[in-house]
Ligand binder design. Structure first.
Ligand SMILES: C[S@@+](CC[C@H](N)C(=O)[O-])C[C@H]1O[C@@H](n2cnc3c(N)ncnc32)[C@H](O)[C@@H]1O
Length: 227
């Protein structure tokens, strides 16, 4: 399933919906506020930002999570580069990203800087952001990744429609690529996702969800045992 581009339809001409997964890329209510609640606050960001901070993500999609995070990074006064690595099997065409991101004028300055350089996949150095989007099925590409993240954004389509992105083996690979004391969050509170994160070694919490979703999930990997 690697090397295929995202096939989309548009809801109300502004919300991209995946034809492959029959699911929207972000919240119909307010995608940016959901990103800030689930992925930033869910990983205790921006409070944990520090030089060298590395975020990893399952599902790059429109780049909305990345842009909201990059804005928070710059607004928090960080001057070094945030590292952001995302795993994406169906990259979105930059023109579709631009159309989707136009719904969020608050992040337009960051979207414009990003879209001026973005080639659709690979790496991009934007000064205060070093982005890498790894092409292909994360079940294959993540186990081969040599990096480790301080925080993970688990943002596949809904577990019912995209179950392969929430399987225990992949959540174990996420844990294996998380720094000690690192974290993960996701908008879903599905029991099998929580159990998968627990089995992978995370301490898992169910917390208040965004909008109509009552609950979401946050997870922390224990610090390495000191000897
Ligand atoms: C909800 S969207 C992500 C939204 C994105 N984080 C944003 O800010 O716009 C889910 C993404 O997961 C990707 N995806 C689905 N299955 C995948 C897989 N097996 N490996 C990697 N990416 C996958 C989809 O193509 C889609 O871009």
């Amino acid at each position: 399933m690697a090397d295929q581009q995202a096939q989309l339809s548009w809801r109300e001409e502004r919300i991209p919906v995946s034809d492959q997964f029959d699911d929207p890329y972000f919240s119909i209510q307010d995608g940016l506020a959901e990103t800030e609640h689930v992925f930033l606050a869910g990983n205790d960001l921006p409070a944990r930002f520090a030089p060298g901070f590395h975020i990893a993500e399952l599902g790059f999609g429109t780049g909305l999570n990345m842009l909201a995070t990059w804005r928070a990074w710059e607004d928090s006064g960080q001057r070094t580069a945030l590292r952001f690595t995302s795993f994406e099997a169906f990259p979105m065409a930059p023109a579709d990203m631009a159309k989707a991101l136009a719904a969020f004028p608050d992040i337009a300055p960051w979207a414009d800087r990003f879209l001026a350089q973005w080639q659709g996949i690979g790496t991009c150095d934007l000064g205060t952001l070093k982005l890498q989007v790894v092409a292909g099925d994360a079940r294959v590409s993540l186990p081969d990744w040599t990096g480790a993240a301080d925080a993970w954004f688990l943002d596949g389509f809904s577990p019912a429609k995209n179950p392969e992105l929430w399987q225990p083996d992949l959540l174990q690979a996420v844990a294996n690529h998380t720094k000690p004391g690192g974290s993960a969050s996701t908008y879903t509170a599905a029991g099998f996702v929580r159990r998968g994160l627990e089995a992978a070694g995370f301490a898992v919490k169910r917390t208040s969800g965004f909008g109509r979703k009552r609950h979401m999930t946050t997870a922390v990997r224990a610090e390495a045992t000191l000897k």
